[in-house]
Design a protein around this ligand. Sequence first.
Ligand SMILES: [Zn+2]
Length: 475
Amino acid sequence: MSNVSITFLGGAETVTGSRFLVESNDAKVLIDAGLFQGLKELRLKNWDEFPVDTSTIDAVVLTHAHLDHCGYLPLLVKQGYKNPVYLTSNTAKLSKVIMQDSARIQVEDAKYASKKGYSKHSSPLPLYTEDDVSKTITKFRPIQFRQKTKIARNTYVTLFPAGHILGAAFVLLEISGEKLLFTGDLGRNQHPILVAPDPFPTENISALISESTYGARVHESPSSEFTDAINKTINRGGSVVIPAFAVDRTEVILMKLRELMEQKLIPKVPVFVDSPMALTSLGHYRNAIQNADVEVRPDFVTRYANQDPFGPDTLQEMRSIEESKKLNNPKNSCIIVSASGMGTGGRVVHHLKQMLPNPLHTVLLVGYQAIGTRGHALENGAEKIKMHGELVDVKASIIKIEGFSVHADGSELIEWFKKVKKPNQIFLVHGEIESASIFAQRLEIELKWNPVIPAPFKKYEIASKAQEVSPAYDI
Ligand SMILES: [Zn+2]
């Protein structure tokens, strides 16, 4: 055994709340500081005191800007964390946007709940505010991709493009002589904008900590269902609302809509992006393409040198709340792309509340819907959904569209793993238990690996690669 251990403080047996604490005699490093989302019992965990004295943590490393990977950071800082946060520069920009939005939503929800009196608490509080976010971003230390950086005594980190969303990295952590590899959320080879994930950077891995969100799945390409659903809705005079993760999914959806309109496969109706966070993120994507960032596909940069890839000519960017309110229950057919992607908060909740009771409209679910979210309930045929303390009838068409995922599926992960020597230990995280178990079985059968699905909050010793015993022979 080495003197290195890992404790799964979140993202264990669930897809949210990624927080992995690595400890050795030299340093204490937290990989990701994500918020729990979905089921109430999970969300309540965000209020628990952090299980470790935050002032003893030497460094935090962020894989990417999704809320379930960065959304807990302001709470960590609030509880006394003072050291740097290492991340890529695009993750720095995008996580700032995401945390600010999260703070705003929490403050608004708390106010709304106390105004309407539907909260069980007499004065509901937000988890954190924009002030906490401002303090957090002063800790950011952006580092370049593929550049090994010392972050604590005998501790180094290298970030590699993961092809998941802009800025996303997988992480090689070298600590006290052991190499730990965290996939973060690993993307797919065919992201329309981003380069494919880098290959495994080393053979000699003590522990691999892999995501398993879609471990039980094999993705299909986006089908004609997307086009058909839009056409059907517009033909009957309805509108389409697409709850989309503000970062990346909005960009991919806008590109798709522009292509379909150019090919005259769908009519040119107004497309509204109604999410300040999505619009800021869109700006960061446009900049990354203009600057030809290393993680943007070079052919994409060339192709869109003189054209906005995200702008159907009917695109309208809705920034103010007044603009957003005008969209409520639209009379003329349109497409509304709004966050959050699982209907848990943000402006899309207001659109869903207005549009769900009307059978003319359609809700297109284009992303992962975690258990316990409104999106998950809709995906599973709920007839009524609770919103702002009221039950809302679901009469609109609800259509789940596969194929827009920016997570590698089980087969894609196995292809990526095939090229390396078996790590000493493999931990499967960031997947519901069923998905992780099915993926574990595949790894056992196809790669002869023996993965562990770690228990939440349990500490695991890391088996040293250096001490690995080669097979002994009797002479
Ligand atoms: Zn992600």
